[in-house]
Design a protein around this ligand. Structure first.
Ligand code: NAD
Length: 365
């Protein structure tokens, strides 16, 4: 069981559930809504290092449907009440929390206490304090933690990171990133209910823009100021509709982000001293499309981003490869989210950020 022993000279993962002796890790999805149904479960079907081993659902009617469709045995099916007994189930190595944001911390912490490695969907939690509680619980149990930022495993993102670090176009001067869509559905959906979502466009889509601003520069920002725009207050009663923000970076780079539940936007633009690169579309499930100022198309074969993301986390557990999305990255983004809301509340005031290297993953780590 997790955290029971640090055997001399062996990495902590060796003490956890025997995961290192397995070729493929079992993942249990918690919450069988749209993302689990249409992206994560299909993405796991031809994964090499992980597979769909179990489900946790609050909807009893879904149990048989999923068991039949994916050959999941009854003993690997849980509900929200008996979830903690997953601790006794050795065929589940990773718990993937895919619930409304207000439930992320509770289920991630319970998963960690059950000795399971954790993937928590984005945004990591409702607040920085909740992110800390998840990180602490995982540390105490000696389990690995990741956040569902699928773009961090995507080849287009990695090409941006390469251009930023190898500098064929010189250093970065400016980055701009947009992430939004027009929401016209049920006004009572959880994403528009602050108690369940923690916020609107910024919590849902804005975290993508925060992410791509940061990998588009290669550093964390040192300050942020933000503005909120509202045109449909009768629909967005409780949550932010559109937000813009400007970031300052340590070497003078300027960052801009736009996020919205009232405009379609899906783009990353990085301006270097001697050229530029653009991804458009940038944050969707793919195919992503990219080009540079030289007229070169950036092209990679399309594959499930979710599959690659979960494979990366499984390899981290099995082989000690870098954790592409550590919990600290999710926490850093929540620090920035809180600073954006603070800036808006204070009339667009510049909010200094003291992030250091929080959440940055170095290639050689
Ligand atoms: P969804 O509304 O389709 O599904 C939510 C699930 O939670 C459902 O199974 C529902 O039954 C369950 N649930 C439990 N308690 C609930 C409550 N009080 N209210 C509403 N639903 C409740 O949502 P989704 O699109 O699957 O999103 C789930 C999580 O995944 C969110 O955190 C979201 O941000 C994240 N997500 C991430 C990506 C990505 O690209 N990484 C994409 C979509 C969603």
């Amino acid at each position: 069981m997790a955290g029971t022993a640090l055997l001399s000279g062996m990495p902590l993962v060796s003490a956890i559930g025997g995961a290192q002796n397995k070729k493929k890790l079992g993942i249990a999805l918690v919450g069988l809504g749209s993302y689990s149904t249409y992206q994560l479960a299909p993405g796991l079907q031809d994964a090499e290092h992980c597979y769909l081993a179990g489900i946790v659902t609050g909807t009893p009617e879904k149990e048989n449907v999923w068991m039949d469709k994916y050959g999941i045995p009854k003993e690997n099916v849980y509900n929200y009440e008996n979830f903690d007994s997953i601790a006794k189930n050795d065929s589940i190595d990773i718990v993937y929390v895919v619930l409304p944001n207000s439930m992320h911390a509770d289920f991630s912490i319970r998963a960690a206490r059950a000795g399971k490695h954790v993937i928590c969907e984005k945004p990591m939690a409702m607040s920085v304090a909740e992110c800390d509680a998840i990180i602490d619980a995982c540390k105490k149990s000696g389990v690995k933690l990741s956040v569902g930022y699928r773009m961090q495993s995507d080849p287009y993102t990695n090409e941006i990171k390469r251009l930023v670090s190898e500098r064929p176009y010189g250093k970065v001067m400016y980055v701009s990133s947009d992430a939004g869509y027009i929401s016209r559905g049920n006004p009572d959906q959880w994403r528009l209910d602050r108690t369940l979502s923690g916020g609107g466009a910024l919590m849902n889509m804005g975290v993508y823009s925060i992410q791509s601003n940061i990998y588009g520069v290669g550093h964390n920002p040192i300050s942020i100021s933000a503005q909120e725009f509202s045109t449909r207050p009768e629909y967005f009663k409780d949550t932010d509709e559109s937000i813009t923000a400007q970031m300052e970076f340590p070497n003078g780079e300027v960052g801009h982000l736009f996020t919205s539940h009232n405009a379609n936007a899906n783009r990353l633009f990085v301006s270097f001293e001697k050229g530029w690169v653009e991804l458009n579309p940038c944050h969707s499930y793919g195919p992503i499309s990219g080009r540079t100022s030289e007229g070169t198309e950036i092209e990679y074969p399309h594959q499930s981003q979710q599959k690659v993301q979960m494979e990366d986390f499984a390899k981290h557990i099995l082989f000690g490869t870098p954790n592409v999305v550590p919990g600290e990255m999710g926490k850093r983004d929540m620090v920035i989210v809180e600073a954006i809301y603070k800036s808006i509340a204070e009339g667009g005031k510049r909010i200094p950020l003291d992030l250091g290297d929080m959440g940055l993953v170095k290639k050689d780590k």
